[in-house]
Design a protein around this ligand. Structure first.
Ligand SMILES: [Zn+2]
Length: 684
């Protein structure tokens, strides 16, 4: 039986919104949604009644409200989403017999008259008059600062056939971005962008209580904890879910789900939650993989960034024909992705599970503006995913470990960055990227590699501190890139402006390479000279003194000449060596081929086993090192440990005099190129 909740809740919400936030709450509650939703399976639609209490947390009266009506992105072929995507999202086509839309049937302020006629559609990003993904309502009276308003909104959401994360496929329903969601009043202005092909979401925190009514054969999963389950006389069941401190609500229903619930507990940090897996019966053989990956995800993120705080985490396995809904995050609920035939050694299920769970932190709890700074979610999450995958599945085989073929997630993420063109920086409005590929490469892979490069530069412990501090300080507060940079500088105690200015804001590339290398025997002076002759090694020695002098003054010279192996300045006897002790002039030129500047280490190995490591600030276009040794060069390597992961070409990082031992990386990269096409179809 359904409870008569609306009048009671109206009162309750006003109290909640007007009062100070409860002491236990993690976020400031700007929104309080109470929604009654009924699934209409034949119409492939949801009928909803929503009571929203919204707090004007700004210092000015607010005259109008703005809402996202995301489903209208799929209303016709002239919407901004469809124009930008060409009707194709992640390789899936929009079914033109099944448009999606949301109709507002009633819009009233706290029991007042219906304001539906006052609704207008606005297009703040592109002025496309056919786009109805943002609605604006001018209020009869403004909402004073720090006061709340309660709205009653009835709506009808027609779901598209699964496309761009949400919709239906036969009897499977992924109900996401399905209700009128208020925009964010940010620094006194509405931040409410249209739904674009390359944008995800941005919303305020608060409380959601949603009662979902479905025919009794449906198995339902939703954001938050189930607080009530009531059987109705018409053969339907109403499931009520409740969650505080979230900024969205999604749900799913399908008679073919099999539900598994398992408690998760850990100490240090203390985590106590319930894992709920809704797996399609066609994928039952993948159950243990999902649950084991989810455990790994909860453990890794809790240990690395902070304890997972919610009472539930729901993993939804979409129906086989609903892959367009796979690999997507919502608060305390996400969709995975698998195939019944997926071999154990192909860690796709694991990668998607860990990636999407991880969004619960950066998208879910940190909640940055994904329209404007998507890397703060996708990039930080890719960085986290690479580390988690390496920990649980092996750094060199975390993606693929199949019949001798091994591919790590790090190598997998490097491929698109290596192949990318200089069209966009990481930091840019998501809908303004050149293409979906450029958006994905920059905000996911390149930003992830940027953070791993920073970790290698600052050290793992410092980076771990940065990430923990950032999460702890900024969770539930919508931080920006500047906030991230400020935490990184504060925790590391270093100026990192040069780093983030380059890698966040410039589309250029980083590529250091070994240029010319040669080893030539130093000849006795021959020919006709006027006066005394110094040989080349002596000249070099004098040069080194000058160079050291300049180093002390902080200057950088492009030529550095080194003595060594006991060849001290003016040690005439050694330089005038007997014929059997030859001296070689060994020359190494290191090149900066890209625009990006990053400090470099250069490792020089000589045939007799000596190793020299040089440090170069990497600023000039080239740098020459000359060594006088009784031994020739064996190999030269810039960034010998491959720490600078943004370097787009590792194959030019080393030169060997004898091509005898290729670095392992070269093999891995070659294999990677062969398999990148197979992997790219699974880019979640
Ligand atoms: Zn993601």
């Amino acid at each position: 039986m359904k409870k008569p909740i609306i009048p009671l809740l109206l009162v309750l919400f006003v109290i909640i919104a007007m009062g100070p936030p409860a002491s236990a709450s993690m976020s400031k509650h700007i929104v309080n949604y109470r929604i009654e939703a009924r699934l209409l399976p034949d119409e492939k639609a949801v009928a909803g009644q929503q009571i929203l209490t919204w707090l004007n947390d700004s210092g000015r009266p607010v005259n109008d409200l703005q809402f996202h009506l995301y489903l209208n992105a799929f209303k016709n072929n002239k919407t901004t989403f469809i124009k930008e995507s060409g009707g194709v999202h992640r390789g899936f086509k929009l079914d033109k017999n099944n448009w999606g839309y949301i109709d507002i049937e009633r819009f009233a302020v706290g029991g007042g008259p219906d304001l539906t006629a006052a609704i207008e559609y606005i297009q703040p990003d592109d002025g496309n008059e056919y786009d109805q993904t943002v609605m604006r309502v001018v209020l009869p009276e403004p909402v004073p600062p720090q006061e709340a308003i309660t709205l009653e909104i009835d709506f009808y959401s027609k779901l598209p056939k699964v496309f761009a994360r949400s919709g239906f496929s036969e009897n499977f329903f992924m109900v996401a971005q399905w209700f009128p969601k208020i925009g964010v009043l940010w620094e006194g202005e509405w931040n409410c962008h249209q739904y674009h092909n390359n944008t995800e979401f941005f919303a305020d925190y608060g409380v959601y209580e949603v009662a979902i009514t479905v025919a009794e054969e449906y198995v339902v999963g939703a954001t938050g904890k189930r607080i009530d389950e009531a059987t109705n006389s018409d053969g339907t069941v109403t499931y009520t879910h409740y969650q505080e401190d979230v900024h969205d609500f999604a749900w799913t229903a399908c008679p073919d789900f099999v539900e598994f619930r398992e408690p998760f507990r850990m100490e240090n940090p203390h985590v106590e939650t319930e894992m709920i897996l809704l797996i399609h019966r066609m994928h039952l053989n993948q159950k243990d993989r999902y649950l084991s990956a989810l455990k790994n995800g909860i453990e890794f993120y809790s240990q690395s960034y902070g304890a997972y705080p919610y009472p539930t985490i729901t993993l939804v396995d979409p129906a086989p024909k609903a892959t367009g809904a796979a690999g997507m995050e919502y608060p305390t609920l996400f969709t995975g992705g698998t195939m019944w035939w997926l071999p154990e050694g192909f860690h796709l299920t694991e990668m998607v599970t860990i990636h999407e769970f991880g969004h619960g932190y950066w998208y879910g709890m940190v909640g940055s503006n994904e329209f404007e700074e998507a890397w703060l979610d996708e990039g930080i999450n890719t960085y986290s995913e690479i580390k988690a995958m390496a920990k649980y599945y092996g750094e060199d085989r975390s993606m693929v470990d199949l019949g001798g073929l091994k591919i790590g997630d790090l190598v997998y993420q490097r491929v698109p960055v290596m192949a990318s063109s200089r069209l966009d920086p990481i930091l840019k409005n998501s809908w303004e990227f050149y293409s979906g590929g450029s958006y994905a490469t920059n905000t996911y892979a390149k930003a992830g590699l940027m953070l791993l490069t920073l970790e290698n530069y600052l050290g793992e412990d410092v980076m771990a501190d940065i990430m923990r501090t950032y999460f702890e300080r900024w969770k539930f507060k919508h931080p920006t890139s500047e906030d991230f940079v400020a935490v990184a500088e504060e925790v590391s105690g270093r100026d990192l402006g040069w780093f983030f200015d380059q890698f966040l804001k410039s589309p250029d590339k980083l590529d250091y390479a070994i240029g010319r290398i040669r080893s030539e025997e130093v000849k006795e002076p021959e020919g006709i000279f006027d006066g005394q002759v110094r040989d080349e090694a002596q000249e070099a020695d004098a040069g080194e003194q000058e160079s050291k002098e300049e180093d002390r003054q902080g200057a950088d010279t492009q030529d550095t000449v080194r003595q060594g192996m006991g060849k001290k300045a003016g040690d005439k006897q050694d330089i005038d060596a007997p014929e059997e002790e030859k001296i070689y002039r060994n020359e190494v030129v290191v090149l900066r081929k890209g625009e990006m500047v990053f400090p470099q280490e250069i490792l020089i190995r000589f045939e007799e086993g000596e190793e020299v490591t040089e440090k170069w600030d990497g600023r000039e276009r080239w740098k020459r090192y000359v060594y006088f040794r009784p031994s020739k060069l064996a190999s030269v390597h810039v960034d010998p440990e491959y720490k600078v992961l943004l370097d787009i070409n590792f194959t030019n990082n080393s030169r060997l005099m004898e091509p005898n031992k290729l670095p392992v990386w070269k093999h891995a990269l070659r294999l990677m190129f062969q398999f990148q096409n197979i992997l790219s179809i699974f880019s979640f």
